[in-house]
Structure formats: structure tokens, C-alpha cells
Design a protein around this ligand. Structure first.
Ligand code: GLU
Length: 497
């Protein structure tokens, strides 16, 4: 049974890269009929941020990545907050001490600094090269160790990384990866405050929670040798691992929240890493899921599809098609994807969503049926749902202004004459549909030996006040004969160059 987990540390805002990690874990679990788990890695008390866990949970819920097990849902492998599992970590650390895989170290950070100074090596690691010269349980006898502990001397528990080893594992995305012992320090497992570090807690929990696949950001790759050695020490089988590529700014720098005020005012080459900003801006949850899925994954060579529902992603996702190279975040593309998702949305649902906008602008939409038609016509033209009232205002109110640029470009000497002739033609119509309107328009242009554009543009301008919009005939049908005739007559008088 496939079991994946998203294991964030609640240290602030939800990063777009974190949400992608959650998504890939979700997709992989669902694709294999497995379980997606949320585990809150909150053992670093110095980095704890009030409200961060709630933010995480609400971001996941918003995106529709609801965990099958986790702090809210519960499950058989809880608690799902690491801060509630500290006794477990202590027990496993003790086991490592008992087996000689770990040791107690009393050296203070200041002593370590001293050592760096005296050796002239600022990068000196606490490892096999110095562990025999330090104040730890490897060098002190039991009585001395006990005495220090009884005197409440601050101490940590460190993992004893063996010398001359190569730690090799197969990453699903990166293939075989190796680290030599010299690259790995004697990682602190339990800190002086009694809390475990990420490494110990992560390994213990991935094992106890029966995680089969660890899918996480590339920044954790260098931690893997410590983790696989821990699995070895405990005699546990390590899960499969997949390390995801980074997501970068358009200028290829790392995404950072610094200098970012709002999505509408981004510094050159930068994007906002904070998921909350995209929620606030009005992006559809499906858009974010769709777009971040494609940041690092593709559906296959030669497959150009860009728009996916969550169900499609579940069906098609595979870790084998996750790229090794970093992905670039492109806000314009994200907006385009948003427009595509709005186009695919259920019109009736959108109708309910736009009503408050109309109320706010004091626009009366008349009947439900009419509003439905307008939304249906305009939904393919919106990048954000909140653009509806602005884009569609003229469906609810006769134009009071006519776009100046369009007037200059499209309003000709014969526009009034053509428009009035067109009015005469359409009042005669019994059926006001696309075909009959188009025919009426052609009658007028042909009679005047003018191209259709000569009438199409002035008609749009007179009826909507704008130079662009949905297909003209569709728009006229929705507006209805009475409104169209009234506005054409009004335009013919009001519009002057
Ligand atoms: N708590 C780590 C983080 O904040 C989890 C890394 C992992 O998935 O192992 O990203």
C-alpha cells in the first residue's frame, strides 16, 4: 500500500514549492490508490510561528489536497504533530546510544568555535576527524558522563557516522546518488532542549507511519546519507525517495519573499513564493494545481497539453516524468491557465459567484436567465472571475462613454448612415438570432458597397461603448433586439469624432 506524506515545518508562509511537494505526494498516493498524510514537523521551537500550522492546513484545503491522515483528519498513526511525539524520539535515540551508533556530546557552540579557530578551519565539522578530541561520551568514562548529566550540563546526542563509508541510494528522479563519510557530520539527533532534530524525527516517523515514498524538495538531498544510515542503524528498510527540482524566479534566482509587496507590483525578474498571495489575487485552486504540476513534471514527450483537471493529473502523474532541472515560474502563463480554467467552469456556479460584484457596482441583472447567458458568453474572456463586472458592465447598463481610441479608429463619415440603415433592417426581424442579424448586416454593407468591418466595428462601439468583446452577433443576441436598437440610435447621435 502506497503511503506518502507532506511534512512541512510551520515556520511562516506556505511556499509555492511546498505546495507543489504536497501536490506531488497527493497525486502519487492517489494514482496508486494509496494514502496521503500530513505530518507537522514542529520540533524546532526556535522557528515556531503562531498560526503557521493553520495556514498550512487551510492552504491544502483550498487547493483540494485534503490529507487522508493528519492533524485534522486523524488516523491510526498519530499524533501527527511531531511536538507531541517527543518521548518516542527519546526512546529511539536511547536505542542508538545503547547500540553504540550515537554518543552524548557536551561541547558548547563556543567550544566548537574555539576548535575552529585553533585548527584554522572555519568549516570544521563535528565528525570522525575530531570526535576523539572532544568532550563526549566516547572519550569520557561512564562516571564522568553521569556526573555531567547530573549537574545538568547541556548536552546533545550525536549520530556516530562510520569512517570510510560510501552512502549510496537510488533516487527515483536523480538515479544513483552517493556521499562519502567525510561529507557527512555527526548529526545532532537530540538537541540540548530535549527536542529531536529534523533528521531523527523524520526517519523515526517515516518508519512508524509506514511511509513508502518520500517525495520532497531537492534541498533535502544532502540529508539522505544521514537518513539512510539511521535506517541501517535501526535495522529498518528505508522508503523510496524522490527529490524534486527547485522552482526559480524568471531571473533564475531563488524565490524569496523579500522585496515583494504584491502580485501587481513585482520587482523585475521576481515572483511571489507565498501561496496566500495567489489565493488573495483570485486565482482558481484548479489553476494553481494545474500550473504547479507542470513546474517540474510533463505528461510525456510531444504531449503539448497544458490544461489538466485534478483527476487527469492523478491519472497521468508519474515520478519518472519529473525533471531534474529547475523550473521557472511564469506569472503570465499562470494567468493564462486561470483563464482556461474559468472557461471550463460550470456557468451556473459562476453566476452565483459574480452576483456580489454586480451588487457592489449597483448593476441590476434583470433575470437569472439573462445573467446566465451573459456569464456563458463572457467566461472565456476573463482571466479572473472578479473582472466580470468590469468586462460585462454594458450588459446591464447602456454605455455612457465610448472608447476614444476606437472612435478615432473606427468611426467614419458614413458610420451614422450605416448604423441607421442597420436599425431599419433589424426592426423588421421576427427572429433575432445570429443568422438573421448577420444577414441584415450584410444587406446594409452590400447596398453601400462597404466591407463588413465598416459596420461591425461601429455597431460594437455604439452598443457596448468598447472596441473589443465577445463575438458581435452572439453579443447582440444576448442583449436583445430592443436594447440593441435603442443603443444603436443613441450611439448614432452621441458618437462624434
Ligand atoms: N520538515 C521538512 C520541511 O520543512 C520536511 C522535509 C521532508 O519532507 O523530509 O520541508
Amino acid at each position: 500500500m502506497t503511503r506518502t506524506r507532506f511534512a512541512p515545518s510551520p515556520t511562516g508562509f506556505v511556499h509555492i514549492g511546498g505546495l507543489r511537494t504536497a501536490l506531488y505526494n497527493y497525486l502519487f498516493a492517489k494514482k496508486h490508490g494509496g494514502t496521503f498524510i500530513l505530518r507537522i514537523e514542529d520540533t524546532d521551537r526556535t522557528r515556531f510561528v503562531e498560526g503557521a500550522t493553520e495556514n498550512l492546513i487551510s492552504a491544502l484545503n483550498w487547493a483540494g489536497l485534503v490529507p487522508d491522515e493528519g492533524p485534522e483528519t486523524g488516523g491510526d498513526f498519530g499524533p501527527y504533530f511531531q511536538s507531541e511525539r517527543t518521548d518516542l524520539y527519546k526512546k529511539y535515540a536511547q536505542e542508538l546510544l545503547d547500540n553504540g551508533h550515537a554518543y552524548i556530546a557536551f561541547d558548547t557552540p563556543e567550544e566548537m568555535d574555539e576548535k575552529r579557530k585553533s585548527t584554522g578551519n572555519p568549516h570544521l565539522k563535528y565528525d570522525a576527524s575530531i570526535r576523539n578530541e572532544m568532550r563526549n561520551s566516547l572519550n569520557l568514562d561512564n562516571a564522568q558522563v553521569q556526573e555531567l548529566i547530573d549537574a545538568e550540563t547541556p548536552h546533545v546526542i550525536r549520530l556516530k557516522i562510520p569512517e570510510d563509508r560510501t552512502f549510496t541510494f537510488k533516487d527515483i528522479i536523480r538515479g544513483e546518488v552517493s556521499f562519502k563519510s567525510e561529507q557527512v557530520d555527526d548529526q545532532v539527533l537530540i538537541k540540548s532542549d530535549g527536542f529531536p532534530t529534523y533528521h531523527l524525527a523524520n526517519v523515526v516517523d517515516d518508519h512508524l507511519m509506514e511511509i513508502t515514498h518520500v517525495i520532497r524538495g531537492e534541498e533535502w538531498l544532502s540529508s539522505v546519507p544521514k537518513h539512510i544510515y539511521l535506517y541501517e542503524c535501526f535495522g529498518w528498510q528505508a522508503p523510496e525517495m524522490a527529490h524534486l527540482p527547485l522552482i526559480l524566479n524568471p531571473d533564475k534566482s531563488k524565490m524569496s519573499k523579500r522585496d515583494i509587496q504584491s502580485l501587481d507590483d513585482l520587482p523585475q525578474g521576481k515572483v511571489d513564493p507565498d501561496v496566500a498571495s495567489y489565493v488573495k489575487k483570485g486565482f482558481e485552486p484548479e489553476t494553481i494545481i494545474n500550473y504547479i504540476a507542470l513546474l517540474g513534471w510533463n505528461p510525456g514527450e510531444g504531449d503539448e497539453r497544458q490544461i489538466f483537471t485534478k483527476e487527469e493529473l492523478v491519472n497521468e502523474f508519474s515520478l519518472e516524468r519529473v525533471n531534474k532541472a529547475a523550473a521557472i515560474f511564469d506569472l503570465r502563463k499562470l494567468e493564462w491557465v486561470n483563464g482556461e480554467h474559468i472557461t471550463q467552469r460550470d456557468t451556473a456556479e459562476l453566476v452565483e459567484q459574480v452576483k456580489p460584484q454586480l451588487a457592489e457596482k449597483g448593476l441590476d441583472y434583470g433575470s437569472e436567465e439573462y445573467l446566465f447567458k451573459v456569464v456563458d458568453l463572457l467566461k472565456s474572456r476573463m482571466l479572473f472571475v472578479d473582472q466580470f463586472a468590469v468586462l460585462g458592465e454594458y450588459f446591464f447598463k447602456d454605455p455612457e462613454h465610448y472608447d476614444e481610441k476606437t472612435v478615432k479608429k473606427r468611426w467614419k463619415d458614413d458610420s451614422v448612415k450605416l448604423i441607421l440603415e442597420f436599425v431599419d433592417e433589424i426592426v423588421k426581424l421576427d427572429v433575432f438570432d445570429k443568422e438573421s442579424i448577420e444577414k441584415a448586416l450584410h444587406v446594409v454593407t452590400e447596398r453601400n458597397e462597404a466591407g463588413t468591418g465598416r459596420l461591425i466595428h461601429p455597431v460594437r462601439l455604439a452598443v457596448s461603448g468598447m472596441g473589443v468583446g465577445p463575438g458581435l452577433y452572439d453579443m447582440l443576441v444576448v442583449l436583445g433586439k430592443e436594447t440593441v436598437t435603442r443603443r444603436l440610435k443613441a450611439g448614432a447621435t452621441a458618437i462624434t469624432r
